[in-house]
Design a binder for this molecule. Structure first.
Ligand code: ATP
Length: 399
């Protein structure tokens, strides 16, 4: 089934996402799957990547990549340097050809079409504007090549300058504009021909922190307003969590997990994803029953069934999910997973503190624990002081 403009597009919006509980209420079952259950089952993907494989000589850059991108969706390809995300974006655009596999866009097999024959707009990290052309001329470039009438080009460029917040700056040359302004021009140029697909290759990495945060909000708002299906490459997890409808986490040429930002953060399917997204405490242990893991000399209860007894298990828990217990909480009977730990280091984060705590016993690693400023006031955080902490079983993930 093809997606065409006269066909109602089935849009994947944040509202389609499965409502997940907050970390404090997280469910105790963590499916070990790379599939995101929030994917709208009935929507027809606008873009399909089918079993794509890419080698450079002997080197395997991508293997068995399957990906569906839904109409109007904002998808982020996220992963460490060298994992293959740029290669995948280049294959989607036709700037690079896959060794095998197919790319289907709007129901049409575009696998062997050159970039110039495909329907996409692209923004690069380095802006890639023509330095000898003004903002207006840069934006008009593709429209002129498409032999659009002059008046139509003038109106469209004005419209695009307004869209990206550059009204009145059309006569400036790239060298007379800030990085953020140049990237807005690049975005307007990419959108000029109303492409079916918007590709963003680390568009914010060259900008300073404040501009980056401002522009990321603007780009997501604009993308939602236009409803243009978008694939963005980034190695910045905060950017992916803030901008994406779904994130594709890549590792060494394969897809480690696909899911909404919330699923990726709360239910990482592998220790790699858990460690790559946000900060995660990872403890090595051995399963002693389906719901108990021995870590050092401590037995921790977990709320999910872990692998069979005697198998090695990695326990994962986020710093914000570890509780520092108050006097009253300490008196609650049968509180599971309570440890005594010594304060090693306190780091001020602005909105709160990150504590490095060394649990008593033969735990190998210290634990990162986040507390709010308010909570920190009631605690003795001086070096070597001792705190009681709890690792709530339902917030522990076991791999
Ligand atoms: P980064 O964030 O550093 O750009 P990436 O995840 O985008 O990393 P790719 O640029 O896709 O990674 O590269 C994936 C792997 O393929 C890397 O090991 C890279 O060295 C290799 N590679 C990419 N392009 C080529 C090429 N043209 N020839 C040979 N090897 C290449």
């Amino acid at each position: 089934m093809t997606h065409s403009s006269d066909q109602p597009a089935i849009r994947h919006t944040p509202g389609d996402r499965q409502q997940l509980s907050t970390p404090r209420e997280a469910s105790h079952s963590f499916p070990q799957s790379t599939v995101d259950y929030s994917t709208p089952a009935l929507a027809t993907p606008y873009l399909k990547v089918e079993n794509v494989h890419k080698t450079f000589g002997q080197y395997v850059a991508l293997r068995s990549i399957y990906l569906d991108v839904y109409p109007g969706e904002f998808l982020c390809l996220l992963g460490p340097s060298g994992c293959g995300k740029t290669t995948l974006l280049r294959i989607i655009s036709g700037l690079e050809e896959q060794t095998s596999g197919r790319v289907i866009q709007a129901g049409k097999d575009v696998s062997h079409l050159p970039a110039s024959k495909r329907d996409f707009g692209i923004v690069f990290q380095s802006y890639a504007l023509f330095p000898n052309l003004t903002a207006t001329q840069n934006i008009a470039y593709g429209l002129q090549n498409a032999k659009e009438p002059k008046q139509r080009i003038r109106t469209r460029v004005e419209e695009l300058l307004n869209l990206v917040g550059l009204e009145g700056l059309g006569n400036k040359y790239p060298s007379q504009m800030s990085g953020g302004q140049q990237q807005r021009v690049a975005l307007a140029r990419a959108l000029a021909l109303s492409p079916g697909l918007l590709l963003l290759d680390e568009p914010l990495s060259a900008l300073d922190a404040q501009v980056r945060v401002k522009l990321r909000t603007e780009i997501t708002q604009l993308q939602k307003r236009l409803g243009v299906t978008t694939v963005m490459v980034t190695h910045d997890q905060a950017e992916a969590l803030a901008m994406a409808d779904r994130i594709v986490v890549m590792d060494k040429g394969h897809i480690a997990q696909v899911g909404t930002p919330r699923v990726i953060y709360q239910r990482p399917s592998t220790p790699f994803v858990a460690n790559f997204i946000g900060v995660m405490n990872l403890l090595q242990g051995v399963a002693i029953s389906p719901e108990q893991v021995r870590c050092g000399n401590m037995i921790l209860s977990v709320a999910q069934d872990v692998v069979s007894p005697h198998n090695a298990v990695t326990i994962a828990i986020r710093p914000e999910d570890i509780w520092v217990l108050s006097e009253e909480q300490l008196h609650q009977p049968n509180l599971p997973n309570v440890l005594t730990a010594e304060v090693e280091r306190v780091e001020f984060l602005g909105s709160g503190y990150r504590l490095n705590l060394r649990p008593d016993g033969d735990f190998k690693d210290s634990l990162a624990v986040d507390v709010s400023t308010h909570e920190a006031r009631r605690l003795d955080l001086s070096p070597n002081s001792r705190l009681k902490i709890q690792l709530p079983p339902e917030l522990i993930q076991a791999f």
